[in-house]
Design a protein around this ligand. Structure first.
Ligand SMILES: [Cu+2]
Length: 366
C-alpha cells in the first residue's frame, strides 16, 4: 500500500510543478511592466501660461479641466494598465513597489504552493477511489490509527504555513510601515461619491463623481471607472492617504496600486502608495455601501511633478486659495513695473532732498 501511495505522490508533485510553472509564466506575460510603458498622453507643459492666469478669473469656478492655457490636460488612460481587461483572470499589472513585491510573491511563491497541494490532494483522492473501491478491495482494512502518519500530516502542513508566514509578514510590514509622506490626501467616502482634500496645498478639495455614459465615450475613457474630478498626485512621490467615511462603510481600492482600505465613519484609516509611471489608474468602492455602490469609481491620475504643481495652482486659483504648499511658487500677477521701480529707487539712489524713502514702498505695497 505504501509503495502505491508513494508513486501517486511523486506523480502529483511532478504534475503540480509543471502546472505552476506554466501558470506562473502565463500570469507574468499578461502583466506589462511599469518601466516599459510610455506616458499615456501629452499633458500641456505650460507653466508660463498658467502663471499668466488671473486669480479673479479662476475664482469664477472653472472646474472644467481641459480649459486651454490652464497647464493641465486630462491624461488618456492606457488600455490594459490601471484598469481591468476583457476576459482577464489575473491580477492587474502592479504599478507600485508594494504591488510589484506582492504580485511576485503571489505568482512565484504562493501559487506554486497552492497548486502543488491542490493537485497532490486531488491525485491522492483519485488514487484511493480507484485502488480501494469495493471491487478491487473486497476486505477493507480495520486500521483506525497510525501514529506515524498522523504526526506527518500534522507537521508538514504546519511547516508549510511557517514557510509562508516569513515572507508574508515581511510584505505586511513593508505595506503598513510607510516611508515619510511627500503628499498627504484626505479621502472621504460619501453615499455615493468620493471627496478629496489636500491639506498640504491650502486645503484644495473637490468631489469626484462618475462620468455619464455619453461623456465617457466622448472622451474615450471607461464608463463606470472614470470620473469628473480625478485624484491627481505627483509621480515618484510617497502619497499618504487618510481615509474615512461620512455616512456608511466604503472602501477605497485601486488594484494596480495594491491599495484597499476601508472608509469607516468616525475613524481615520491610513494607506499609502508611490506610483512612478505617469498615467491613469482606476478603482472602485469595494465595500457594499448602498444602491449606488457600483457608481462611485476611483480614478487616480499620476502626473510628472511640474505638471502636478501646475494642476495644484489651477485648483488653488479656482478655489481662491493663495499659492501655498511644498514647491508651489507664487505665480500671481506681479506688481506693475512702475511700482517695482518706485520700490527700488530709494535703495539705488541715496535720498538727498526727495520724498521720504518709506513712501514709495508703501505705495508699491498698496
Ligand atoms: Cu461606497
Amino acid at each position: 500500500m505504501i509503495k502505491g501511495w508513494a508513486s501517486g505522490l511523486k506523480g502529483a508533485v511532478l504534475g503540480a510543478a509543471l502546472l505552476s510553472a506554466v501558470t506562473g509564466s502565463a500570469l507574468d506575460n499578461a502583466a506589462p511592466q511599469p518601466a516599459a510603458a510610455p506616458v499615456a498622453a501629452a499633458a500641456t507643459a505650460a507653466p508660463a501660461a498658467a502663471a499668466a492666469g488671473n486669480d479673479a478669473a479662476g475664482a469664477q469656478g472653472a472646474t472644467q479641466m481641459a480649459a486651454a492655457g490652464e497647464g493641465y490636460t486630462r491624461t488618456a488612460p492606457t488600455p490594459g494598465i490601471g484598469q481591468p481587461v476583457d476576459r482577464g483572470i489575473a491580477m492587474q499589472a502592479p504599478m507600485t513597489p508594494i504591488g510589484v513585491e506582492a504580485h511576485k510573491m503571489m505568482n512565484w511563491f504562493l501559487n506554486p504552493i497552492i497548486f502543488t497541494i491542490s493537485i497532490f490532494v486531488l491525485v491522492l483522492m483519485l488514487f484511493v477511489v480507484v485502488r480501494f473501491r469495493a471491487a478491487a478491495n473486497p476486505v477493507p482494512s480495520k486500521t483506525t490509527h497510525n501514529l506515524q502518519l498522523e504526526i506527518i500530516w500534522t507537521a508538514i502542513p504546519a511547516l508549510v504555513l511557517l514557510v509562508i508566514a516569513v515572507p508574508s509578514f515581511r510584505l505586511l510590514a513593508n505595506q503598513y510601515d510607510p516611508p515619510k509622506a511627500d503628499v498627504t490626501i484626505k479621502i472621504t467616502g460619501y453615499q455615493w461619491y468620493w471627496g478629496y482634500e489636500y491639506p498640504d496645498y491650502g486645503g484644495i478639495s473637490f468631489d469626484s463623481l462618475p462620468l455619464d455614459k455619453a461623456a465617457a465615450s466622448k472622451e474615450g475613457v471607461p464608463y463606470l471607472l472614470d470620473v469628473d474630478n480625478r485624484l491627481v498626485v505627483p509621480a515618484g512621490k510617497t502619497v499618504k492617504l487618510i481615509i474615512t467615511g461620512a455616512d456608511v462603510l466604503h472602501s477605497w481600492a485601486v488594484p494596480s496600486f495594491w491599495v484597499k482600505m476601508d472608509a469607516v465613519p468616525g475613524r481615520l484609516n491610513e494607506a499609502w502608495f508611490k506610483a512612478d509611471r505617469p498615467g491613469v489608474y482606476y478603482g472602485q468602492c469595494s465595500e457594499l455601501c448602498g444602491t449606488k455602490h457600483g457608481f462611485m469609481p476611483i480614478a487616480v491620475e499620476v502626473l510628472p511633478e511640474a505638471q502636478f504643481k501646475a494642476w495644484v495652482r489651477m485648483k488653488q486659483r479656482a478655489d481662491g486659495i493663495a499659492p501655498t504648499g511644498p514647491g508651489i511658487v507664487d505665480d500671481r500677477t506681479p506688481p506693475t513695473p512702475a511700482a517695482v521701480a518706485a520700490a527700488i529707487t530709494p535703495a539705488a539712489a541715496p535720498a538727498a532732498d526727495s520724498a521720504p524713502a518709506a513712501a514709495p514702498v508703501a505705495a508699491a505695497a498698496a
